[in-house]
Design a protein around this ligand. Structure first.
Ligand code: 3MF
Ligand code: MG
Length: 346
């Protein structure tokens, strides 16, 4: 077992986490699995061995009935649950969305699953429940009334928030934006849309809702993930973060963190450090279908090592130099300074 990845001087939890789904069997839309599927609970020791301190799971991966078993195995491994999330995308019943389905019965089922997931989040000892907008959107214009969809999202989140109030401050919610894939157009496409939605929630549940930005999702939207994260911080709504890499605006790749844009990743970590970000840092990466089952943890160890290297380089960035380049209006020279921090030269 390798040592846990630890982020020095980080406020709050200093370990890192990953999803159990990150270690899948390697299927994609054009071909089935390329390696055996590891049973979900057997993935927990693999996460721990790969240096993770936290795990994350969906309700179709760790259903409520397995929560006790999962918590016990995790406890023995020294792993804790960073977040739990209802899958509103895997079950065919949610093919046209859960909260924004045109069918009231399906919206009701989504709500029921969300309430159950709140209980399971608590049972697993996690504080954060994530909502990813997987099927909440449309492929064809006018297939849904967008204004009604927005109202349904507000109503749905208000109802889940009201339900969670019985747990006091034990549970809160982080909404994860993504612009497309699997739908052609997804509601809650970016951080700005999520923050606007939160602003429309009932005042008593509003404080329970924040954002889980994902670096690759910002990239798929053609946006800069540093500004997306800064906007969440400015709103006091950075509740969780998913780190990964993305090679341009193509399909969702979930590449290792630190692989595609190390200089920007360094800058992102400077922002998180300076904000005193005290919540979880987790990877949402995907073991590629070309990796064999024996090497399935490489995606986590490479991401973890890149993160630790970049984190320590970010700690060493001289903030007064950043201020100086800003005052001198020398943004290009500033990028050169960051590059020198990244490459380790003077
Ligand atoms: C898809 C994702 C999701 C979410 C997950 C939890 C399957 O692009 O990023 O992973 O992270 O549903 O929010
Ligand atoms: Mg994600």
């Amino acid at each position: 077992m390798r040592n846990r990845f630890i982020l020095k001087a980080k406020a709050g939890p200093s370990g890192v986490g990953a999803g159990v789904w990150n270690l899948g069997p390697g299927g994609d839309p054009f071909g089935g699995p390329t390696r055996e599927s590891i049973p979900i609970l057997e993935r927990l020791p693999l996460l721990a061995e790969a240096g993770m301190s936290f795990y994350e799971a969906h309700d179709h991966e760790i259903p409520p009935a397995d929560a006790g078993k999962a918590a016990k195995i995790a406890g023995q491994l020294g792993l804790s649950c960073a977040m739990y999330t209802p899958s509103f995308f895997a079950d065919p019943i949610f093919k046209d969305g859960a909260m924004t389905s045109n069918d009231a019965a399906i919206r009701g089922k989504g709500l029921e699953n969300a309430r159950t997931a709140v209980d399971t989040t608590v049972a697993l000892g996690a504080r954060t429940m994530v909502f990813w907008n997987g099927r909440e959107g449309f492929d064809f214009v006018l297939a849904k009334n967008g204004r009604d969809s927005f109202k349904r999202l507000v109503e749905g989140f208000n109802a889940v928030g009201q339900y969670a109030r019985k747990y006091g401050d034990k549970v809160r919610f982080a909404i994860e934006p993504k612009p497309n894939e699997p739908r052609a157009n997804m509601y809650l496409a970016n951080v700005g849309e999520v923050l606007y939605l939160i602003s429309r929630l009932d005042p008593e549940v509003q404080p329970l809702f924040g954002v889980n930005p994902e670096t690759a999702h910002s990239r798929i939207a053609g946006l800069d993930y540093i500004w997306d994260v800064e906007l969440c911080l400015e709103a006091g709504k950075l509740f969780h973060i998913h780190l990964n890499g993305q090679d341009g605006q193509r399909f969702d790749q979930d590449l290792p963190f630190g692989y595609t844009e190390p200089l920007k990743d360094l800058a992102l970590l400077v922002v998180l450090q300076d904000a005193g970000y005290a919540d979880f840092i987790c990877f949402d990466v995907k073991a590629p279908r070309t990796d064999s089952v024996e090497n399935i943890q490489d995606i986590l160890t490479v991401s973890g090592q890149n993160l630790v290297w970049l984190w320590e380089r970010a700690l060493a960035v001289d903030r007064s130099k950043i201020e100086q380049f800003r005052a001198e209006n020398r943004p290009t020279a500033l990028t050169g300074y960051l590059a020198s921090c990244l490459y380790g030269t003077k």
